[in-house]
Design a protein around this ligand. Structure first.
Ligand code: 5GP
Ligand code: SF4
Ligand code: MG
Length: 479
């Protein structure tokens, strides 16, 4: 998964992009990059790791101009290497162009083969580069026509930002799988326009969210203002429901609804579908941070106290020190420590958003038991994750997904929990719809169960993909 941010018409464009990316850091920590423009040239800086470590004040000072786009990356297509960091920048016959992409192209392997046959030389291993080649090859006059022509040839999920000397163009794929929203704030001599994966990026810089970018919409921002085009044939809307489950920050709004409220609704439904016998000795604890809102909803509906039974360290990076003598649950304990005061002697409901491999959840159950819990009941605020994602979320292969090959009871046994309960697919979809019906924006049509992608839970993929597309490795590796 990745995050994108763009701004046009602000005297401190690169600084704003830096802050915007900081707010989107949860969407990718592998690399960060910003490309700015002063209207005549493009200036770029990309670095491995997080935004804060990758950009010094001097790096930002070297990014002049009143417009910029930025990207935080979590590798899906292409390996972890600076070459694959975004925004990708190129000089081509018509000028310079930078691109930042969130999503995954499903026909990338086929496209790349065709393009390489026609003479394209790839600089990166990322699927995004195919879009650049298609734009460079287009015979159309204007950039927006070239982008439209290129994107008509790609399939998959994309929220894209393009920056040239003159324009910032934002495009969302026709199914609107990945989020993208527009905002505005006071700029140099008028209004500055901003665009970001999530609205939380606007909060930090004092921008106001105007709306979500519509499915298939191309937003063209230039000195003349903002205008929209819809160059693609319409497709059914398929917003990624996993954004609501896990990916987006809870303080963001998507399609006018609060991600936090949706997660609480998942928790309330989970308490109805998968109840735990009530009693004075029952306590509901989240796996922080991802399980917190759902645990609040669960506790509310189950009329049981919500407690912080696992305390999270906020200082976990990579650890290079591993004691030679084995320490129980060492890896997980670096991040999470059970809070014996609220667990001991209790029947504990542990709420998390999802189980992927099950390895973390198993250690958590053991830690809670070791801290004196009488019973441990695992509750998951989404259905079993059984299928990999081909649209930009880095889920492991099917063989690594515990729910792909194990029944709920087998998972319970592996986790050594007293019970395990998942939210149903119907409950998940109804959870989002209940909040959308309550607070959704009037401009967005009332969603149906069909308006979401839930393929990682249901196996019902809205876009066909070329299976087993191997991640292309870079053969030439340079600094
Ligand atoms: P497991 O028990 O499967 O090892 O880990 C479950 C945890 O992984 C949950 O707390 C969940 O929030 C987290 N998780 C779910 N999806 C993702 C993802 O795409 N990336 C990362 N880093 N964590 C995830
Ligand atoms: Fe989102 Fe899952 Fe669909 Fe991927 S498969 S886009 S994670 S809902
Ligand atoms: Mg988690």
């Amino acid at each position: 998964m990745c995050g994108v941010f763009g701004i046009f018409g602000h005297p401190e464009a690169a600084n704003m992009a830096y802050l915007g990316l900081h707010a989107l850091q949860h969407r990718g920590q592998e690399s960060a990059g910003i490309v700015s423009s002063d209207g005549e040239r493009l200036f770029g800086h990309r670095a491995m790791g997080r935004v804060q470590s990758g950009f010094s004040p001097a790096d930002l000072a070297a990014l002049p101009g009143d417009r910029a786009i930025g990207h935080v990356r979590y590798s899906t297509a292409g390996g972890s290497h600076l070459k694959n960091a975004q925004p990708i920048g190129v000089d081509y016959a018509r000028g310079s162009l930078a691109v930042a992409h969130n999503g995954n192209l499903t026909n990338h392997e086929a496209l790349r083969e065709q393009l390489e046959e026609r003479g394209s030389i790839y600089q990166t291993a990322s699927d995004t580069e195919s879009i650049v080649h298609l734009i460079a090859m287009s015979k159309k006059e204007s950039l927006r026509e070239r982008i439209a022509e290129a994107l008509k040839q790609v399939e998959g999920a994309y929220s894209l930002l393009f920056l040239t000397e003159r324009e910032l163009i934002a495009v969302r794929d026709p199914r609107a799988i990945r989020p993208l929203c527009l905002g505005e704030m006071p700029g140099g001599s008028g209004v500055a326009h901003v665009v970001a994966s999530e609205s939380t990026a606007f909060d930090l810089i004092g921008a106001r969210k105007v709306r979500d970018v519509a499915p298939g919409e191309m937003v063209i921002i230039s000195a003349e203002g903002v205008r929209s085009e819809f160059p693609f044939a319409p497709e059914p809307r398929k917003l990624c429901i996993f954004e609501h489950v896990y990916f987006a920050r809870p303080d963001s709004t998507i399609q006018g609804v609060s991600v936090y409220e949706v997660r609480k609704a998942f928790g309330r439904r989970l308490a109805i579908e998968q109840p735990v016998e009530p009693g004075d000795d029952l306590v509901v604890i989240p796996v922080p941070d991802s399980g917190v809102p759902a645990a609040i909803g669960f506790a509310d509906r189950a009329r049981a106290p919500f407690e912080m039974g696992l305390i999270r360290s906020h200082y976990v990076g990579r650890t290079f020190i591993e004691p030679q003598q084995s320490i129980r649950h060492f890896g997980v304990r670096l991040k999470l420590n059970p809070n014996r005061a609220v667990i001991e002697g209790k029947r504990v409901v542990v709420v998390d958003d999802s189980i992927v491999r099950g390895t973390t959840s198993r250690k958590i159950v053991k830690m809670i038991r070791d801290a004196g819990a009488r019973e441990v009941h695992m509750r998951i605020s989404s259905p079993p994750t059984r299928w990999p994602c081909y649209y930009g979320v880095d889920t492991p292969t099917r063989s690594e997904l515990i729910a792909a090959s194990h029944s709920v009871d087998e998972i319970r046994s592996y986790l050594t929990a007293d019970s395990v309960g998942y939210l149903s697919l119907e409950g998940l979809v109804e959870g989002v719809r209940s909040i959308e019906a309550r607070e959704g924006d009037a401009a967005t049509p009332r969603p149906s169960a069909d308006s979401y992608c839930h393929a990682c839970f249901s196996g019902s993929y809205p876009i066909p993909f070329t299976p087993a597309a191997p991640n292309r490795q870079l053969r030439m590796v340079t600094g």
